[in-house]
Design a protein around this ligand. Structure first.
Ligand code: ZN
Length: 504
């Protein structure tokens, strides 16, 4: 058996995946409404074909052969990693009886449907039996997958391979102990920025031009992608040379499109930067959900909410939106960096965001290990929001029902969002060291300097390394939340005019 046969087969699978991604993109952007029902059949068929091929007898034969020690040690590092990723996928999917997996998928689609209505009515009791069924499946699957220390490890592994529940607990305990008092200090001692300049009416056509311009400034490659408008912004890698982003425009909120465009642009730069030599391979994607999120967060927050970037970009924004002519740069900069404990995760600022993730992780981990029951979730949720963010949850729609993830059966996903913020800060600290004039480059509008650094240190490798190894390769150290903490302490102490607390 030749490795070329394995790659040919992977390319076939990836072709179906690519077609499915294109159909899904079309469904969310351009499709006329009457096509919806038939198009979901097409998308489903393509997705299912790729899925079945990944667990076919043919793939089983590749997995068996290329994992023989004598054969495996002859492989190149790239070949071995591709075999490893396909093997992992094969074993994970095959661990669950197909019939059971299908029932789970049905439970999730019912769950999502009921969740929408339950959220609209703010009625957790209505959603509860559906969520109970989904959680029961997750607990069962964990036993099929197997785990070493914590049941939750088996779920986390789908999104953040090489990071364990224990790793997360250590990070969260430390981060929480510094973040919660810092946020309290900002609120009690700091001067809250005036955000009134961000309200008003912002011409939609001008916002569209701004999004195009921002992406160009970020060096997003329009020969290998495009931007469209959707209800919820997303990025999709259709395949090599085709990485598309979407954003959403609100007439009365300019910050939304601005930062979601930069966020999605950051995801897209990652995918556009993976080595061409890896096209069609399993490693032609990000190292993990968290590392992917680190790239979007870097552009959205560490660049997009920085003083340096706005030194360059603010005059351009003022030209497009005359209402900013009378707003000083410093006032604008402070306004886009307001810190406000809030109820909704996706609207949370850079500083309070991680607290939203911590409480979700703690609840998921307790559920999967049987230390909490679905019925207790609203009460648990509200208590944690009060404890970490200091605010009261008025109803379940603004609390436990706000995210679709649990209804979709995505347990183990949330921590990636937090890890993304932490990786981003650690990578950026290294970029600052290795590009001594990074701030000046950004302030001059030369964002290619950072992009090149990301490409050479992170993007080009795709999923060649697990996140734990990648962080050490790039920064010389294991993941450490202190990079994030010192970044926000320094930045926000200045913005809020407080004396920064000592670092622990
Ligand atoms: Zn993202």
């Amino acid at each position: 058996m030749e490795i070329k046969e394995f790659y040919d087969y992977c390319r076939e699978i990836a072709s179906y995946g690519s077609a499915a991604a294109l159909v899904e993109w079309d469904m969310r952007t351009k499709m006329p409404p009457k096509a919806a029902s038939d198009r979901s059949i097409v998308a489903g068929k393509l997705g299912r074909t790729a899925f079945e091929m990944s667990t076919s007898p043919r793939m089983a034969a590749f997995v068996e052969y290329f994992n023989r020690p004598a054969v495996n040690k002859q492989l190149s590092d790239v070949d071995r990693r591709n075999v490893e990723l396909e093997t992992k996928r094969y074993r994970k999917i095959s661990a669950i009886p197909a019939e059971k997996y299908e029932k789970f998928m049905v439970a999730c689609s019912k769950g999502e449907y009921v969740w929408q209505e339950a959220k609209a009515k703010s009625d957790f009791a209505m959603f509860r039996p559906y969520l109970e069924e989904i959680v029961a499946y997750q607990k069962e699957f964990v036993e099929y997958y197997g785990y070493e220390q914590n049941r939750y490890d088996a779920l986390l592994d789908d999104y953040e391979p090489s990071i364990t529940t224990q790793d997360l607990k250590v990070i969260i305990d430390g981060l929480k102990s510094e973040l919660v008092p810092f946020i309290r200090q900002l609120r009690e001692q700091g001067t809250r920025p005036d955000t009134s300049c961000l309200t008003g009416t912002f011409d939609k056509a001008a916002q569209e031009q701004m999004s195009l311009d921002v992406l160009k400034t970020m060096t997003y490659d329009f020969e290998g992608g495009r931007i469209d408008e959707t209800a919820h912004p997303f990025t999709t890698g259709i395949g090599f040379g085709d990485v598309r982003v979407t954003t959403h425009y609100y007439e009365h909120n300019i910050a939304s499109a601005l930062f979601s465009t930069m966020h999605e642009g950051g995801h897209a730069l990652y995918e556009q930067g993976v080595s061409e030599a890896y096209r069609w391979m399993s490693i032609h994607r990000g190292a993990s959900m968290g590392v992917h999120e680190s790239q979007s967060r870097t552009w959205e927050n560490l660049v997009g909410r920085s003083e340096a970037f706005w030194k360059y970009y603010y005059p351009r924004l003022q030209n497009r939106f005359p209402q900013f002519q009378n707003v000083a740069l410093d006032d604008f900069y402070k306004a886009i960096n307001v810190v406000e404990p809030s109820l909704i995760r996706i609207e949370a600022d850079e500083v309070t965001y991680n607290l939203h993730i911590m409480l979700r992780f703690e609840m998921e981990e307790a559920l999967i290990n049987g230390r909490a029951q679905v019925a207790e979730l609203p009460e648990l949720w509200n208590a944690k929001v009060k404890e970490y963010l200091g605010i009261d949850v008025p109803d379940d729609a603004h609390g436990v029902l706000q995210d679709v993830h649990w209804a979709s059966g995505l347990f183990g996903y949330f921590p990636s969002y937090m890890l993304g913020n932490l990786y981003a800060a650690q990578f950026f600290a290294t970029a600052r060291q290795e590009i001594p004039d990074l701030e000046e480059q950004i302030a001059a509008g030369n964002l290619g300097a950072l992009r090149e650094w990301q490409r050479s240190r992170i993007h080009q490798y795709g999923a060649l390394y697990d996140p734990k190894d990648l962080v050490v390769r790039v920064t010389g150290k294991p993941l450490d939340y202190h990079y994030f903490m010192s970044e926000v302490k320094e930045k926000y102490s200045r913005i809020y005019g407080i004396v920064p607390p000592e670092s622990k």
